[in-house]
Design a protein around this ligand. Structure first.
Ligand SMILES: NC(=O)c1ccc[n+]([C@@H]2O[C@H](COP(=O)([O-])OP(=O)(O)OC[C@H]3O[C@@H](n4cnc5c(N)ncnc54)[C@H](OP(=O)(O)O)[C@@H]3O)[C@@H](O)[C@H]2O)c1
Length: 237
């Protein structure tokens, strides 16, 4: 099985990678910018499971927007098809609507919407080839319609709402393919991002607990859900 995870250098993505790495005959391509943290992740995985095959790819995913670099060529050096893609990388800048600059607002939408969308586009030819491919987009309760909204998170929340919406669009557009799209709207998880969003609060859920759910969903959820936006939340914040 070939699995791609973005935002693997810390938080939820780090734990997702660790869980997938123990599965037999699985190649996990772990993408983020921080090379040091990715190498630490790879080492941890190989100590825990000597047969694990974690490929760490230090790459700034924003580069796929202006096409200044290709992640596809790097991925194709290791796998020829994709079974699971988890679009987990995300960016949160906590600033009021009047303080946030257009550049910051744009960057939030780049990382949270355009990066996953363009990654799906680039990798689409390698999906649904051998088996069903499950694309899991990681959104947030912050962008879930009707949920509580918080100051400082307007662009973050709306970018995550857009990611949820495009999931439904792609599921509809490619309903006759073997590529299945779903979106998980996560509630609070204790990570660096959560601390930025809600300074001083403590989340009830640890990254490894949320990662366990996401891994199980990525492996099995496509049998029951297609084109769905599912809230995964015990508290917010
Ligand atoms: N924690 C929560 O309470 C919560 C709640 C709802 C939704 N979520 C969502 O869950 C996902 C994971 O969140 P988290 O809390 O684990 O966040 P985190 O600890 O801040 O981790 C974010 C990850 O995204 C990567 N990333 C950011 N920009 C990137 C870029 N340009 N290129 C490549 N990688 C990039 C970071 O790696 P590098 O810095 O090494 O590039 C890092 O590994 C996010 O999509 C987030 O919005 C989290």
């Amino acid at each position: 099985m070939n699995i791609i995870i973005t935002g693997a250098s810390q938080g939820i993505g780090y734990e997702i990678t660790r869980l997938f790495a123990v599965l037999p005959e699985t190649t996990v391509i772990a993408i983020a910018r921080n090379e040091k943290k990715l190498n630490q992740l790879k080492n941890e995985c190989s100590i825990k499971s000597p047969h694990s095959n974690v490929v760490s790819v230090s790459f700034d995913l924003e580069k796929i927007i202006d096409q200044s670099a290709s992640i596809t060529n790097i991925i194709l050096q290791h796998v020829d098809h994709i079974d699971i893609l988890i679009n987990n990388a995300g960016l949160l800048i906590n600033k009021s609507f009047t303080d946030i600059s257009p550049q910051e607002a744009r960057k939030i939408f780049d990382v949270n919407l355009f990066v996953p969308a363009l990654l799906i586009k680039e990798l689409f030819p390698y999906m649904g080839k051998k088996n069903v491919t499950h694309v899991v987009n990681i959104s947030s309760m912050a962008g879930f319609q009707g949920s509580s909204k918080y100051p400082g998170l307007s662009y973050y929340s709306s970018s995550k709402a857009a990611l949820a919406s495009i999931t439904e669009c792609l599921a509809s557009e490619y309903k006759d393919s073997r590529v299945y799209f779903n979106c998980l709207a996560l509630g609070s998880v204790q990570t660096d991002m959560f601390a930025k969003a809600f300074p001083g609060y403590k989340a009830q859920m640890k990254p490894e607990e949320m990662a366990r759910f996401i891994v199980d969903f990525a492996l099995n959820g496509y049998k029951h859900f297609r084109g769905k936006i599912l809230p995964v939340s015990i508290a917010n914040p």
